[in-house]
Design a protein around this ligand. Structure first.
Ligand SMILES: [Zn+2]
Length: 95
């Protein structure tokens, strides 16, 4: 659990780090009950305290604190985690 705690303390959702001379961006992707770091950006953005997910450009999503944001690669991933679609931006599985 100490690893998860460390992730929570990160101030940014997209974490950059130096890998050799290549700077890679990693995204916090919620999948199968745990947060993984992926180079592939999520398709949907989730808000952990409210368990709501929406489009990446959702206006209410933009106001979320970054440390509370997670991302999903697929609609099913979000639904399986118990997240509800945002009522403002109304994401659809086809997005
Ligand atoms: Zn939204």
């Amino acid at each position: 659990m100490s690893e998860a705690k460390e992730e929570d303390s990160q101030q940014t959702s997209a974490i950059s780090f130096l890998h050799g001379k290549t700077r890679k961006k990693l995204y916090k992707i919620l999948k199968g009950g745990e947060i993984i770091l992926s180079e592939i950006p999520g398709k949907y953005a989730g808000w952990r305290p409210g368990k709501i997910f929406g489009r990446l450009d959702c206006r209410s999503g933009m106001r979320m604190k970054k440390e509370n944001r997670v991302f999903f690669h697929t609609w099913d991933d979000a639904v399986e985690e118990g997240y509800r679609p945002c009522k403002k931006c109304k994401p659809t599985p086809e997005d």
